[in-house]
Design a binder for this molecule. Sequence first.
Ligand SMILES: Cc1ncc(COP(=O)(O)O)c(C=O)c1O
Length: 393
Amino acid sequence: MSFSSQRAASLPAYAMARVAAIKRRLLTEGRDVIDLSAGDADFAPPEIAVRTLADALRDPAMSRYPHQVGLPAFRDAVARYMERRFGVRVDPMNEILPLIGSKEGLAHLALAVLNPGDVCVIPQPGYPAYLGGATFAGADPLVYPLTASTGFLVELDELPADRLERTRLVYLNYPNNPTTAVAPRDYLERTVACCRERGIVLAYDNPYCEITFDGYRAPSVLEIPQARDVAIEFHSFSKSFCMTGWRVAWAVGNADIIAALSQVKSWLDTGVFLAVQRAAAAALDAAETIVPGYVEGFRLRRDVAVAALAEVGFALEPPRATMYLWVPLPEGVASAELAERALEDEALAIMAGAAFGPAGEGYLRIALTVGEDRLREAMTRLQRARERMEVHR
Ligand SMILES: Cc1ncc(COP(=O)(O)O)c(C=O)c1O
C-alpha cells in the first residue's frame, strides 16, 4: 500500500538526499569522505552575522512569529544592496519578500502563479526545485535541454508554438548551476521582451551573482528596462555569504508576483526567524567587505581543481562564475557510473551530470567546497575511480 500522492510519487528520489544518505553510511564505516556534491562550502559564515545572531537571541522580540512581513530592517538592507550593487531601486515593503532559503521560494512560486495544465519551462540540467514546484502545482513541465553549443541558454522562441502559447512561467538561472554558464545582456533583453509580450512570469534564480571571476560581473535581471513588469529574482545568503544552513534568502521584483508568493507562503509557513533576518541584514550591509574574501577563496580552489583535473585527463575551461566545475567526460564514460564508483570505492562524493536530468549526461559536477589540498586528493581519487571503471569493462 502506498500513501504517496500521485504528484509526490511522480518525482524521483531527490539526488542530493540520496548522496547525503550514502555519505552518512560511509562515515559510519569510518571512511574518509571528501564531499564535493552539494554547493555547501566549508568556509565559516561571516563574523558579523554570527555576532549579530548571538546578540539577537537575547532579545525576546526576535523570538516572536516573523510572518511574511518579517523584519523591516531586513527588507531595508536588501533594498540598499539592490541599489548599491545593481543600481536597481525597489520598494522594500511591496517588491521584496524574505525567504527561508531560495529553494522554498522558487518551488512555492509555481503554486503562486501557475494553474493546472499551464506550461512551465524548466532548464535541464538545472536546479531540481523548479521541477518540484511545477509538479506539485499540477502544471505541465516543459523540460528544455541546455547544450554547450548554444551557451547553455534557454531560447524561448524555439519552443513549439502551442506550448509557448500556454507558457506561464520560465525559470532561468545565470550564472548557472550546474553548467556555470553566464547570460549575455542581449540574451536577457530578448528574453524579457518575449516574457512581456506573452505575459510569462520570468523567475530569475540568481544565487551565484557574487561568485564571479576574472573581471566578470553578473547582472540582476532587474537591470533590464521593464523587466519589473514580469520578473521576480531570487537571491540567497547560502552561497556568497556561506550561510547555507541559516536558511535565509529573498525574492525581489514585480509587486503582483511578490504578493502572490507571499499569499502562498502565508498559508504554508510563518517566515524566517527574526534573529536570522537581523544577522543577515548586518552581513548584507557589509557585503562589499565580506564577499570578496569568499570569492577569492573560490577562485583559488577553482584554479587548483582545474589544474588537478587536467593532470588526470579531464580538461575544461575555468568557469567565469559559480562555485562549481562542469566537467565534460570522455566519450562513453557514463556519469552515474563514474559518480557511483567514486563514492563507493573512493569515498568521493561528486554529482553525476545525469543526476540533474538526462540532458546533464556527459558531465560531472564538482562543487568547490573544500580546501586546495583536499581538492588535489579528490582528483587523484577520481582518476582511480575512472581507471577501475575501465578495468571492469
Ligand atoms: C541554482 C540554485 N538555486 C537555488 C538554490 C537554493 O539555495 P538556498 O535554498 O540555500 O537559498 C541553489 C542551491 O544549490 C542553487 O544552486
